[in-house]
Design a protein around this ligand. Structure first.
Ligand code: ZN
Length: 82
């Protein structure tokens, strides 16, 4: 699912209100990824679990060092029904 421009602005605003510095290089120059993503669940044996629960996340990329952070969109006020 792609984020709208408004949703990306909401994420950027939220990151500005908290300490939005990169944990690697301390810069505050981020790009919000276009898509909502999720991590793939795996079993203890290492197999991929299809159809399991997931957390919809926004990707936030540091423009200086490339560090990528993931943020639960629901906690950022983004509804998947918008
Ligand atoms: Zn960085």
């Amino acid at each position: 699912m792609a984020l709208t421009t408004r949703q990306k602005e909401m994420i950027a605003d939220k990151l500005k209100r908290i300490n939005g510095a990169c944990p690697i290089c301390s810069q505050k120059n981020w790009t919000i990824g276009d898509e909502i993503v999720s991590a793939t669940s795996v079993s203890l044996g290492g197999s991929t679990v299809m159809g399991g629960p997931f957390i919809p996340m926004a990707q936030v990329v540091c423009n200086n060092c490339g560090f990528v952070s993931h943020h639960a969109v629901a906690l950022l006020g983004i509804s998947l029904n918008d």
